[in-house]
Design a protein around this ligand. Structure first.
Ligand code: GLU
Length: 368
């Protein structure tokens, strides 16, 4: 299948920008950053939604303080990330502002993804930013993260962000042309559908050859993306009009293609989790979920049991007791007991504040 065909339904894109793609001689390069910004804006104008994951905080901080990034201790790196992140985001803000666009900064730790509550909150924030036409710019929260809660590299972070926002495509812009099955072959692989042991070995061994960031973290990111059923492209960031050409379906870099979109990571995660509670729904809601493929609203709920918090998984049953699925709730048990059977517009009156339209979002639902 030609690339164009694979990419035809892409709407939501994560663009990961490596330090090498936006820095020059140890400092951020406004010229390089402007090029990336120009490419992102061109995608927005074509109707795509774009989230940027950008590295460069540590490099920018080290550059500003005249320090060599490779000789920093961990606390120094964390301190300089605080300096550099603000420099970098200011730079992005100035560049995008000049072109008439607003950015929003999001700093994440791995905990934010593992914890369902924070995960849902982060996802809602991304959705709101994108709905408002704001460009989210994400980095790891390097200044506060310790080893245990660290993604460690932005290739991994960008794969998690892709899953978080349910992106269709992740583009890793780097200083390599793509993935090579054989480094002696001058042309990078075109399409990869599966991360084989051979690819892993190649990536492990190729770190030094591929330069900063390494190929291993990119291949691990690709593995996640394939598991999510999404797509990922590795391409050289300095390539002319690289983002536009990728979306045109041009053979540029390497594309990794996941198979089963319906088995997204959230649903796999959900399928493995024990429920913390039970929700019973009426016949209308069963039809809405099953046939109309809608989200679950409070109005269709007839009974709520268990001890669950927002972000926990609950089983869903029909009124005659048949188990029909499982989902992640946007409300805790007390709230849900108050709003079950009620219309969405009444929720605000009952709870004092209304968080979400849906009790269980379609994307957080599996049906048996
Ligand atoms: N978060 C780091 C930074 O902004 C970059 C990590 C990476 O390059 O993978 O400096």
């Amino acid at each position: 299948m030609p690339r164009k065909e694979h990419l035809k339904d892409v709407r939501k894109i994560v663009v990961k920008v490596g330090t090498s793609t936006i820095a020059e001689d140890g400092n951020l390069s406004r010229k390089k950053m402007s090029r990336i910004a120009g490419g992102v804006i061109a995608l927005l104008k074509r109707g795509y939604q774009v989230v940027i994951v950008s590295s460069g905080a540590v490099a920018a901080g080290a550059g500003a303080m005249g320090r060599n990034r490779n000789t920093l201790s961990i606390p120094e790196k964390q301190a300089l990330a605080a300096v550099g992140q603000s420099i970098m985001i200011n730079e992005y803000r100035a560049i995008f502002k000049k072109k008439g666009y607003t950015i929003g900064q999001i700093l994440l730790t791995e905990d934010d993804i593992k914890n369902r509550k924070r995960y849902l909150n982060a996802r809602n924030t991304f959705t709101s930013l994108l709905d408002m036409g704001i460009i989210p710019i994400v980095n790891e929260n390097d200044s506060v993260t310790v080893k245990e809660i660290k993604f460690g590299d932005n290739d991994t972070l960008s794969a998690y962000v892709s899953s978080l926002i349910d992106a269709d495509l992740l583009i890793l812009l780097s200083d390599v042309d793509g993935f090579y099955h054989d480094l002696k072959d001058p042309v990078p692989a075109d399409e990869v559908f599966e991360i084989t042991e051979e690819i892993m070995q190649n990536a492990r061994g190729a770190g030094s050859v591929y330069g900063t960031g390494g190929m291993l973290t990119k291949i691990l990111a690709a593995e996640l993306i394939i598991r999510f059923g999404e797509m990922m492209v590795i391409a050289r960031g300095s390539e002319k009009n690289v983002l536009g050409r990728i979306l045109d379906g041009e053979r540029i870099g390497t594309i990794f293609i996941g198979k089963d979109r319906s088995l997204g990571s959230r649903k796999k995660w959900l399928a493995l989790r024990k429920p913390d509670g039970f929700i019973t729904i009426d016949g209308g809601a069963v039809i809405a979920l099953r046939d109309a493929k809608k989200s679950l609203l409070a109005s269709g709920i007839t009974d709520v049991q268990g001890d669950f918090d927002m972000g926990d998984p609950v089983d869903i049953s029909t009124s005659d007791g048949a188990l029909i699925g499982k989902g992640i709730v946007n409300y805790n048990v007390e709230e849900l007991k108050k709003i079950m059977g009620k219309k969405s517009h009444d929720i605000k009156k009952i709870l004092g504040s209304k968080y979400f339209n849906e009790v269980i979002n379609r994307d957080d639902l599996i049906l048996y």
